[in-house]
Design a protein around this ligand. Structure first.
Ligand SMILES: Cc1cc2nc3c(=O)[nH]c(=O)nc-3n(C[C@H](O)[C@H](O)[C@H](O)COP(=O)(O)O)c2cc1C
Length: 168
């Protein structure tokens, strides 16, 4: 896909079908995450590909926002590896860049997706046995949308550039 189409056509999907994601497509999505930039190139990231029935049930315990997706990428930042200055750490920023790369590559592969921050961190931590250094940053449910999947309600609601940008 043209890059312009990828960034314009991506939209939040909230109704996934049971159709499986092709292995090659999933690998391309994960590869896009692997090559994402991170502070000092420290790559403080762990991505869990949750695809088993048991794993998806665990996601459902932690979040109401899987929307029937057959795969959820659980993206974590690693506090022990990330660049840090005093209390400040880039783990969250790094994880968001990695997740954004994967979200856009998913769109590029024709795989629908949604960014989800509505999850119970404690439940995720317990269900996936996460070590203390790993902080869940987002969930990315991915898959094929259903034929009757509604348009994302706010997809075309954006501020004008003039409200966001100021030239100095
Ligand atoms: C950081 C972030 C967190 C989000 N969390 C959720 C969520 O927990 N549940 C959900 O249904 N949508 C979530 N979304 C999707 C947004 O609501 C959606 O991206 C926004 O309304 C714009 O619509 P669009 O993605 O279709 O352009 C999230 C998006 C972002 C970027």
């Amino acid at each position: 896909m043209e890059f312009e189409s990828v960034i314009r056509e991506r939209q939040a999907t909230r109704k996934f079908s049971n159709k499986e994601i092709e292995k090659e497509k999933l690998e391309k999505i994960l590869e896009a995450g692997r090559i994402a930039p991170t502070a000092k190139n420290l790559q403080p990231i762990k991505i869990y590909v949750v695809e088993s029935t048991e794993g998806l049930e665990k996601i459902d315990k932690a979040s109401p926002c899987r929307y029937n997706a057959p795969i959820v990428l659980l993206v974590c930042g690693d506090k022990d590896i990330a660049f840090a200055k005093g209390d400040y750490s880039t783990y969250e920023m790094d994880a968001c860049i990695v997740a954004t790369h994967m979200m856009l590559e998913a769109t590029n592969q024709g795989i629908n997706n949604i960014w989800v921050e509505m999850f119970d961190e404690k439940v995720l931590r317990e269900e996936f046995n996460l070590s203390n250094n790993l902080i869940p940053v987002c969930l990315l449910p991915i898959g094929y949308k259903t034929e009757d999947c509604p348009e994302s309600p706010m997809h075309n609601t954006r501020k004008e550039l003039s409200e966001l940008v100021e030239y100095k």
